[in-house]
Write a protein that binds this ligand. Sequence first.
Ligand code: GUN
Length: 291
Amino acid sequence: MQLIDGNQTAKDIKAEIKQQVEGIIARGGKQPHLAAILVGHDGGSESYVAYKIKDCEAVGFKSSLIRFEDDVTETELLAKIEELNNDDDVDGFIVQLPLPRHIPENNILEAINYKKDVDGFHPVNVGRMVIGLPAFVSATPYGIVELIKRYGIETSGKNCVVVGRSQIVGRPMSVLMSQKEMNATVTVAHSRTKNLKEVCANADILICALGSPEFIKANMVKEGAVVIDVGTTRVPSQETKSGFRLKGDVLFDEVAPKCSYITPVPGGVGPMTRVSLLQNTLLAATKEIYS
Ligand code: GUN
């Protein structure tokens, strides 16, 4: 069993990005700039955005944080998005989700200029990704593909089961795995799937993105499988300073001995999600996807 080290891989990629940024600056180019809109004070969102800002600093990007209170109106948010769309210094920006219930999320995501949509949530980016055109791909699936490639894991002709069909992880993940580059035979399993245990146990590559801590047990995993755990549920813990710890979707201690490769939680997919946003921001700054 080999542990897939997301921390180390993300560190390697960050060093590569930093080097590219230094090159851009040395050639007299503009410092890449990521902006983030954060609404309210949700603990998870606060810490995710803080990490994003810290990551920008680490690779030499400029970052801007724009905050609104929970009672912000849709009109106010749309006005800020329009401003960022038209700000030539901002290469890419994100609106941290979830938004308060009175704001229709789709209206907000669709207002972002897709050329600056480094989260890859805009329908133009999702659509282009599905038909195999260059696009911003959402961070978690992008990071998982990068891990699979960098570990030299064979995907061609393999049975890949994706558990979960969310718009930002399961669905795009299933599309990427079935495309020409990866060539896997993909099954998308979800809450209505019958015989989930048997479906999972047939997977050569099992990607778990259901958000249910330790749901995937050893009897659901084939001997020698590659297991990618996307789960990051916060469970209360007295052993940590923060008062919680992250649990994956996989019962790690029981499943790991059966795997050829497995990602731990934390330290597997999470760091790769963070680094993917940096990769997308660099692609936006260098205009490699859209001119
Ligand atoms: N909320 C949870 N994950 C994400 C993400 O990748 N991007 C944004 N904007 N919000 C999120």
